[in-house]
Design a protein around this ligand. Structure first.
Ligand SMILES: [Zn+2]
Length: 216
C-alpha cells in the first residue's frame, strides 16, 4: 500500500509504481467503465474508531458527532476553487422518516459554512427506496440504484460544477448514480467527497491503522 491513488475514484494502489511516471493514472475499473463524476476523494479508511463514530452518528442518532466528523473532512479537503454548488447525497423520504435526519446533509452543512459555497439541499432527490446496500453484490447494487436519483430543477444546475458530499464510499455506485443524474440534467463536472471509504482490511497496513483519527 502506498499513498498512490486512482486519479478518478481515489482507490488506493498497492504500490506507488502506478503513479510515479503518470500521476493521472486511473484504476482498471475507472479505465473500463469511466464514472460519471470527474473526481472522487475518499478521505479516511472506514476503520475503527472512525467506523464506530460513523455508525453512532448514522444509526444511533448521535447527531452531535456531525461537527467533529465534518472537521475531519475539512482537515483533508482538496482544493475546490472551481465548485459552484454543494449537494449532499439525498436519502429517500422513507429512510429520512425512519432516521429523522440525513447524515450527508449534516456533514455538508459544516463544509458549506467552511467553504462559503452555495448549497442545494432539495434539488437532487432519491426517487427509489433502496434496501441496505451492505448485503448486496455489486451487480445488485447497480440494479437497485439505477435511476434512483432525479433532479427537480435542472435549470438551477445547468453548467454548474457540483460537489457531492456523502459519509461512506463503498463501491462508489451511489455517488456515481447521483453524478449521472446531475450530468443528465445538464450540470458541468461533478466532484464527490466522502468522509470514509470501505477497505479490504487484509490489505490495510499497520501504518494506515496508526494514522486513524481519534476523537473520543
Ligand atoms: Zn478508479
Amino acid at each position: 500500500m502506498s499513498d498512490a491513488r486512482c486519479a478518478r475514484c481515489d482507490r488506493p494502489f498497492p504500490s506507488s509504481i502506478a503513479t510515479t511516471y503518470s500521476p493521472n493514472h486511473v484504476c482498471r475499473s475507472c479505465a473500463e467503465r469511466p464514472p460519471s463524476y470527474t473526481r472522487a476523494w475518499t478521505l479516511y479508511p472506514y476503520l475503527p474508531p472512525l467506523q464506530h463514530a460513523i455508525r453512532l452518528f448514522k444509526y444511533h442518532g448521535k447527531v452531535s458527532l456531525a461537527a467533529p466528523l465534518a472537521a475531519l473532512m475539512i482537515a483533508r479537503l482538496p482544493p475546490l476553487n472551481s465548485v459552484d454548488v454543494i449537494i449532499p447525497v439525498p436519502l429517500h423520504i422513507q429512510k429520512l422518516r425512519e432516521r429523522e435526519f440525513n447524515q450527508s446533509l449534516l456533514l455538508a452543512d459544516h463544509i458549506v459554512r467552511h467553504l462559503d459555497i452555495p448549497v442545494a439541499y432539495t434539488n437532487l432527490v432519491r426517487t427509489a427506496p433502496t434496501p441496505a446496500q451492505t448485503t448486496l453484490s455489486r451487480k445488485s447494487r447497480l440494479k437497485n440504484l439505477r435511476r434512483a436519483f432525479a433532479v427537480r430543477r435542472p435549470d438551477a444546475i445547468v453548467n454548474k460544477r457540483i460537489l457531492l458530499i456523502d459519509d461512506v464510499f463503498t463501491t462508489g455506485t451511489t455517488v456515481n448514480e447521483c453524478a449521472k443524474a446531475l450530468r443528465r440534467a445538464g450540470s458541468a463536472d461533478v466532484f464527490a467527497i466522502t468522509l470514509s471509504r470501505t477497505m479490504d482490511t487484509d490489505t490495510v497496513p499497520d501504518r494506515i491503522l496508526a494514522q486513524r483519527p481519534y476523537f473520543f
